[in-house]
Design a protein around this ligand. Structure first.
Ligand SMILES: NC(=O)c1ccc[n+]([C@@H]2O[C@H](COP(=O)([O-])OP(=O)(O)OC[C@H]3O[C@@H](n4cnc5c(N)ncnc54)[C@H](OP(=O)(O)O)[C@@H]3O)[C@@H](O)[C@H]2O)c1
Length: 388
């Protein structure tokens, strides 16, 4: 990762958030310099003092409106991220500015930096990234709130989903934030939002899991999988997890009733039948997965990213087109963050019914390495970047 100066000019209006503070600082700096340099009341010294105080004030204002962030200006390699000083995000009326202490990363952050799969660009920018700071998940302290924000105040500890969270400051909608569980550190709280919501929405909403049902989770040791095992157990299901050999004990400790090492055994060739399969990997054919579903069982497809171009579209759409014509349900779902479910997770976390698994912690200038680990497809639990 490169460390350098911003390519973009840092321009910031004095009328944006925090401007009164900036003006006070500006005036205080001017007076301080003036008192030092104008003792002999010589006109030339006075002029010099004013200039110095002006420059000093401008530097102060610049420092207070800028922040350290990880950034990329073009799509491409995960190694081309840079650490720069850029302007802080300016919040809208319904948004909150968060001083980020920890950012949780996931595979969508890799897509955002690489600009691939291509449909991602419809959100992040067609030819170039609109806002090239990676990161959605965050935990931190409220630094400023928009006029219409009612549920948070400056100083509140929060967690949730924002924009460009691999930075000292990030903006977030009030609707995608909740107060941080008291029992969790910032690192732990940043590991929760996207992965835990994805697991909850898969099992509760898309999969309609009921107590006593049998569920198989393929990719059980990753971010979504590690939450899915715990949530499925909380819902009273019998849980089978599929992972690599090094993670068998880890998945068992999360609560799985049975664990399959995918290098030793193919879960689609077993005699057991499942009411629900949550497939975070999608490395088995539909026909193979159907073999181990109960009659009317549901296959939740939660990856779809292992192919490119036309095969990617086929892989994405084929199960949905086929589903009405077979007795099994094939489903894809999009987890939409919301405050009610973040608060539900907060309750589970505070009562010890759910625990975030922070498998890997990196510093901000190691963000490339953190994303490379996720891109390898073998991260254990969640990957978190800390911002001191
Ligand atoms: N639908 C939504 O709204 C939504 C939201 C969030 C995420 N997602 C999707 O959810 C998927 C999982 O995300 P994640 O954050 O959990 O990923 P992750 O943290 O990178 O986890 C990947 C896991 O897959 C396991 N794995 C790799 N190869 C495997 C194989 N052949 N068989 C079984 N397990 C294997 C790895 O375990 P080992 O190291 O043991 O191999 C690793 O723990 C992603 O595709 C993501 O796009 C969807």
């Amino acid at each position: 990762m490169l460390i350098g100066k911003s390519k973009r000019s840092v321009k910031h209006s004095l009328f944006c958030e925090g401007s009164p503070l900036l003006l006070i600082s500006f005036r205080a700096a001017g007076h301080r310099q003036l008192s030092i340099l104008t003792r002999d009341s010589n006109a030339m010294y006075k002029c010099l003092a004013y200039s110095v105080s002006l420059i000093y004030g401008i530097v102060e204002v610049f420092k207070m409106s800028s922040m350290k962030a990880v950034i990329h200006y073009d799509y491409g390699s995960l190694d081309e991220l840079q650490i720069e000083s850029i302007e802080r995000p300016v919040i809208k009326d319904t948004e909150v500015s968060v001083r980020v202490h920890a950012a949780g990363l996931h595979v969508a952050d890799c897509f955002g930096v690489k600009g691939s799969p291509f449909p991602m660009r419809l959100v992040s920018g067609l030819l170039k990234p609109k806002y090239g700071v990676p990161g959605f998940d965050l935990a931190g302290e409220v630094h400023a709130v928009g006029f219409k924000v009612t549920r948070f105040k400056v100083g509140d500890a929060v967690f949730g989903i924002g924009k460009g969270t691999c930075a000292e400051f990030a903006s977030a909608s009030e609707e995608t934030l909740a107060h941080k569980p008291d029992t969790l550190s910032y690192e732990e709280a940043a590991a929760v939002p996207t992965a835990a919501l994805a697991a909850l929405h898969a099992l509760r909403d898309a999969g309609k899991l009921r107590p006593g049902q049998r569920v198989l989770i393929n990719g059980a040791s990753g971010g979504v999988g590690s939450f899915a095992i715990q949530i499925a157990k909380n819902m009273g299901a019998y849980v089978t997890g599929v992972c690599g050999r090094s993670n068998i004990e880890f998945v068992r400790n999360l609560g799985a009733d049975f664990v399959i090492d995918y290098r030793q055994e193919d879960f689609t060739q077993r005699h057991e039948r499942y009411n629900l399969i949550l497939d975070n990997v999608e490395n088995r054919s539909l026909a193979d997965c159907r073999r181990v579903l109960t009659a009317n069982g549901t296959l939740l497809l939660n990856s779809g990213t292992g192919a490119r171009g036309f095969p990617f579209l086929v892989r994405l759409l084929k199960p949905l087109l086929l589903s009405p014509f077979v007795r099994h349900n094939f489903r894809r779902y999009l987890s939409t963050p919301n405050q009610a479910d973040l608060n539900l997770l907060k309750g589970l976390l505070e009562t010890g019914k759910l625990a975030p698994i922070v498998g890997h912690v990196y510093s901000l200038d190691e963000t490339s390495a953190a994303l490379r680990l996720i891109d390898s497809g073998h991260a254990r639990g969640k990957v978190v970047v800390t911002i001191p």
